[in-house]
Design a protein around this ligand. Structure first.
Ligand SMILES: [Mg+2]
Length: 326
């Protein structure tokens, strides 16, 4: 379920890392914004903040500042994105089309020392993004405007309110828990209401499976509308095309509840129409997604169905819920 809001203490400049000499060009880069609570597991600390308040939270973080935080849901994904950047730069040192990761932190300079130390612990400064840093409490309309103006195509947060504000601004989504191994980057997308619009879901809700199948037959030649993750997936696909299939540091997957027999064709035609190459597509015909996700071991799995998010968590796959409405 969507966790409660983040601590809302504004952060000072101390947490913001200096601009990196090889920072990606934001006009060309694939910009991802992620909150510290998505990168690191801060759930206990967050609970402390809610139960005992800001002062106690800050005191706790100060007295534990040398104790590294455990990785959070987005940790492996962010690491893998850094790996992709490394591979792209190896093949073309002048390439500007890279992942650009903005870290959004709600911590004050005092409580933020633990986050900086945790970053150093895991990556010696490299595995967790340098990127920009936005001083914010909970993301408000202004902050989400900031996300939009910086071209953020994916927003990972542990806070549903943040996500809903961002969605209204045309950016996006929140994660849950667990880990997966790193490199190369493996990303799994659901189809309806994630890559695609939720038009067929709506027909299904109103008319049942038979109605949805008939609708799909009638609409077979018409590409589906775009879902909240289309722009991110298209950019990922563009990066993916820089490499041959064997050498690609990115692998993308479609794992959809659609059946291949009745409802696969329109999905495939839509992807073709968009020019979005997906490495592998799985049509589950309503079967649970957990087992195939356990085989793929993605760094992140995007779905709008909470039962699918739960299924992913049950097999230890990091997952991000894509809310279709807020
Ligand atoms: Mg769906």
């Amino acid at each position: 379920m969507p966790p409660a809001p983040n601590p809302t203490t504004p952060v000072g400049g101390d947490l913001c890392p200096p601009a990196h000499p090889t920072s990606p060009d934001p006009s060309e880069a694939l910009v991802i914004a992620v909150t510290t609570r998505a990168i690191f597991n801060l759930e206990e600390e967050h609970k402390l903040y809610l139960d005992k308040g800001k002062e106690e939270y800050t005191r706790h973080q100060k007295s534990n500042q040398d104790k590294p935080l455990q990785p959070g849901t987005a940790f492996a994904f962010i690491q893998a994105a850094q790996y992709v950047n490394k591979k792209i730069l190896e093949s073309n040192p002048a390439e500007k089309d890279l992942f650009d990761i903005l870290v959004l932190s709600n911590n004050s300079p005092e409580s933020g020392v633990r986050i900086i130390n945790s970053t150093k612990h895991y990556g010696k400064g490299d595995s967790i993004p340098r990127g920009a840093c936005f001083p914010t409490g909970r993301l408000d309309e202004d902050s989400t405007q900031y996300l939009k103006s910086h071209g953020v195509k994916l927003f990972l947060s542990a806070d549903r309110t943040d996500v809903c504000n961002a969605l209204r601004r045309g950016t996006f989504s929140p994660p849950s828990h667990v880990q997966a191994p790193s490199t190369p980057l493996r990303v799994v997308f659901d189809g309806d209401a994630v890559l695609f619009s939720d038009e067929t879901d709506q027909v299904f809700r109103e008319q049942g499976l038979e109605g949805a199948v008939q609708y799909e037959r009638a609409m077979e030649a018409v590409p589906m509308g775009e879902g909240p993750l289309k722009a991110f997936a298209m950019h990922l696909g563009k990066m993916r095309k820089k490499f041959s299939q064997e050498k690609s540091p990115i692998r993308t997957y479609l794992v959809t509840a659609r059946s291949g027999r009745d409802m696969g064709i329109r999905a495939i035609k839509t992807l073709r129409e968009w020019g979005l190459a997906i490495d592998e597509a799985f049509f589950m015909d309503g079967a649970p997604k957990g087992p195939i996700l356990a085989q793929i071991q993605p760094h992140i799995f995007f779905d709008d169905g909470l039962h699918n998010i739960q299924g992913a968590q049950n097999v230890g796959v990091p997952s991000a819920w894509v809310p279709s409405c807020c």
